[in-house]
Design a protein around this ligand. Structure first.
Ligand code: FES
Ligand code: FES
Length: 161
């Protein structure tokens, strides 16, 4: 029998202590142990981006990271960004621009889009496309998502669309 490992981490600003199996990935830990089900699991091998979260400020694919690797880390999920209001304008733009349909990709898209806007406040459409190219959407055809991110970027830097 594999022994559980003790981990302590910060999740959305709250300290979490847990005992986990060494093989448990971070996505499943967030979803099943902490009920943070906004982090979605699609491909489970690093391709679709649905499981994107922030670890120590950088976005990662939580299906490719073990929970034990997050020991002592600071993890932020879509629930944290949403509750803090950090992405309220981006979420509103997604709604207004019809940038989500089934919503499965949306948490990962929002995490990736906010990551871009933190690094590059005024990206052009090609840069937005490039940064989101690792996040798959089966519904929207991507144009509306690019529109929503572009609208948010312009509003944040105070220029008209
Ligand atoms: S579920 Fe992690 S990249 Fe697809
Ligand atoms: S809105 Fe359905 S996968 Fe993107």
């Amino acid at each position: 029998m594999t022994a559980h490992v003790e981990i302590s981490l910060d999740v959305n600003g709250e300290r979490v202590d847990a005992h986990v199996l060494p093989r448990l990935n971070l996505a499943d830990f967030l979803r099943e142990h902490l009920q943070l089900t906004g982090t979605h699991v699609g491909c489970e091998h690093g391709v679709c981006g649905a499981c994107t979260v922030r670890v120590n400020g950088d976005i990662v694919r939580s299906c490719l990271m073990l929970a034990v690797q997050a020991d002592n880390a600071s993890v932020e999920t879509i629930e944290g960004l949403s509750d803090s209001g950090e992405i309220a304008d981006l979420q509103a733009a997604f709604r207004d621009r019809n940038a989500l349909q089934c919503g499965f990709c949306t948490p990962g898209m929002l995490m990736a889009a906010q990551d871009l806007l933190r690094q590059c406040p005024a990206p052009d459409r090609e840069q937005i496309r490039e940064h989101l190219s690792g996040n798959y959407c089966r519904c929207t055809g991507y144009q509306a998502i690019i529109d929503a991110v572009e609208t948010t970027a312009r509003a944040r830097v105070g220029t008209k669309p």
